[in-house]
Design a protein around this ligand. Sequence first.
Ligand code: ZN
Length: 624
Amino acid sequence: MNRHLLLRATLLFIVIAASAPISTNAQVKPARDPKQPVDAEYTKKIREYTTETFFNSPLTDYLPASPKVPTPKAVLGDVAGAPGKLPYAAEVYSYMRMLEKASPRVKVYSIGSTEEGREMIAVAVASESLLGKLDENRARLAKLADPRTINMNDDEADRLVAESFPIYYITGTIHSTETGSPTALMELAYRLAVDESPYVRTIRDNMVVLITPVVEVDGRDRMVDVYNWHLANPNSNWPSLIYWGHYVAHDNNRDAIGLSLKLTRNVLNTFTSWKAQVIHDLHESVPYLYDNTIGDGPYNAWVDPILTDEWQMIGWNNVSEMTKFGMPGVFAHGNFDTWSPGYLMFIAATHNGISRLYETFGNAGADTVERTLSADDYSRTWYRQNPPLPRAKWSQRNNNNYQQTALLTTLFYFSNNNKLFLKNFYLKSKRSVEKPKNEGPAAYVFPGDDPRLGNQAELLRTLQGQGCEIHRATAPFTVALKTKKKPAATPSPTASPSATPSPTPYQVDQATAAPETRQFPAGSYIVRMDQPYSRIADALLDYQYWAPNDPQQDVYDDTGWTMGELGNVQVVRVTDVKALNAAMERVTGSSLPRRQPLNYKRRRQIWVCRSTRSIRLPQSKPIP
Ligand SMILES: [Zn+2]
């Protein structure tokens, strides 16, 4: 082979090697760096609080020592997951800020506050080099997230992918009785910043891990109050929480449609402003670790099919790695489904990212408890080949081992495939922009002559909260509409039974279907589907669909989300791409009409939205 050919062959090999997805790096063992000293005292406690050796892994059965960086013991007085230790959110934050001060690999960001005024934070952990390039990386990710900015140019996208690193966002303890993740995440942040093993360095050098250690901060503090009362009164029954947060109890993780809670908006805004690729929410229920993103059917019909593949890849890798560690009770599939778009982590699914969720096993507090399982939980099935034990002593430390081990295996897999997931992020964003010409529709139109303009504005503001772009027509426009589906004639109750199945109530009579047109007035609002976040708008505005004869007969959450009908607002699904050529201007939230609250004190008036206009009523005294 001459030099020229050799060079070409070498270049070809490099191109193939660079573009082929790496599933795992077999050279890197999940084990500590023998050259790095271990914090002997901390490690001894980890082993003491772990009730069986097989409830731990080579990734978490030790803690690396650091001469400069404090361990969670500095705040907890003991190790993460120690019995009787549940830190308040302020203690968790205080530790994360100690890490930030001691390590150039940690940065802490304030991301907003709760209904009761408590702070929410996000902690970024990565190599010093990556953290130094966060702003320029974010600018590149913003282009991948909105491919219109690079004229949908795939070559340019490849160049951006090659230079960029992904953001993996982990959120802990949204359900306040599920208490393990704050300490697990404190220790995980320490490990990611300090551990010099090739395994952890691979993560740190190839991606940013972003952590909100406490999502429901108000509820966490109440839960710690209650738990501490229990410690002080060990022989008394202890009360359970009525509400986790100020307004909502357990369904605080089902707010991703209406965005009524600050925690939802803070996580959504963090995810979209960081241009993150994943939201991974941590929960506790079934033994011992259920990677439920894969789930059962039905699957949500509005997300990109690429996402379904990503769920399978990451989830089964997780099960595979932990099964090799010999940790029992790690499984995927199960009975959760991916149908409802209401979950916190599903924000990522509907915004071109990847939603992930773990259920680990917890004791609703930090007591060590003998746990006896039902046969359903410990039976061996095709998706749970190494099931949990029928009976075992379970500790908060076991929980922290499982959470961290699972997250580390997932992060390692993600870091090895970081370019693949970034490219998928671009492809999903691009396909969202191309929706009108591929699967459709072209747009949703909110007619300007809808008599309920207050309701209309509320729904449009919700969509803006989701990051959707809203336009307003500056002139009347006309589009072709598909003929409305005609309800089939109801069979007479006296009719004789027939072997021919009856038509479903909304079957279209294709033979008589004829196109019709509709003119919308100037001032109508248009949600274009050629935008990066078209999928969430499509999911919320389209008719929710589930066929009664689908093989899956049960859904996990029986949730309604056809937002036009729910809000009593006219929403017209338009497939005619001519709608995109209508004269229109982009509107911001502030230019939408505002519905005034009933107790609007400053002007001492009550405003009532009714019919086509707001009616102002005189009021003598303000309502408290
Ligand atoms: Zn939960």
